[in-house]
Design a protein around this ligand. Structure first.
Ligand SMILES: [Ca+2]
Ligand SMILES: [Ca+2]
Length: 80
């Protein structure tokens, strides 16, 4: 029992870490492709290219400054 736990835990951690890494990359690709003027944030106009983001814009823009940062984007769980 003790041996099984010792062996399985690092494997599970690696799989989890890889899953998170690939999710983050997909997220970043989506964010970058939406940021057409490459100023590092998504404006309301740029968000129109992403139907989900466009309809959720005000919710995703957590601090209400009218643009979406990568932090706000990833916190909202967008990226597909
Ligand atoms: Ca932009
Ligand atoms: Ca914002």
């Amino acid at each position: 029992m003790k041996l099984t736990k010792t062996v399985l835990f690092p494997v599970a951690s690696t799989v989890l870490a890889l899953g998170i890494a690939s999710f983050s990359m997909a997220n970043e690709d989506t964010f970058t492709s939406l940021d057409t003027n490459e100023d590092g944030v998504i404006s309301k106009e740029e968000a129109q290219a992403h139907s989900t983001l466009a309809s959720m814009f005000d919710d995703v823009d957590a601090n209400g400054d009218g643009v979406i940062t990568y932090d706000e984007f990833s916190t909202a769980g967008l990226g597909e």
